[in-house]
Design a protein around this ligand. Structure first.
Ligand code: ZN
Length: 91
């Protein structure tokens, strides 16, 4: 697997689930409730691509962005929320 670094501003400090916005620590992707709705394999995908300190450096891998997208989409599907176009296609 090749790991490419990309400079993407990671929106921080709030739950990344669509229409949530609950404040969370920058280390985690979602609030407890939404993270609990992410299927286990997608949770693992997020942690496997997470690089310690990325919330400070703002440098994340493309793989992380994709894992994050899948997790966000999975939660939106469970909540029956329309998925914004930016999340609808693979990164
Ligand atoms: Zn949330």
């Amino acid at each position: 697997m090749t790991t490419t670094s990309v400079n993407i501003r990671v929106p921080e400090h709030t739950c990344h689930a669509i229409a949530c916005g609950k404040p969370v620590t920058p280390k985690v992707l979602m609030c407890r409730k939404h993270w609990g709705m992410v299927p286990k394999d997608l949770q693992i995908g997020v942690w496997q691509t997470y690089r310690p300190g990325q919330e400070k450096t703002k440098v994340v891998t493309r793989e992380y962005m994709e894992a994050r997208r899948k997790a966000i989409v999975a939660v939106a599907e469970k909540e029956n929320i329309e998925i914004p176009r930016i999340y609808a296609t693979p990164i």
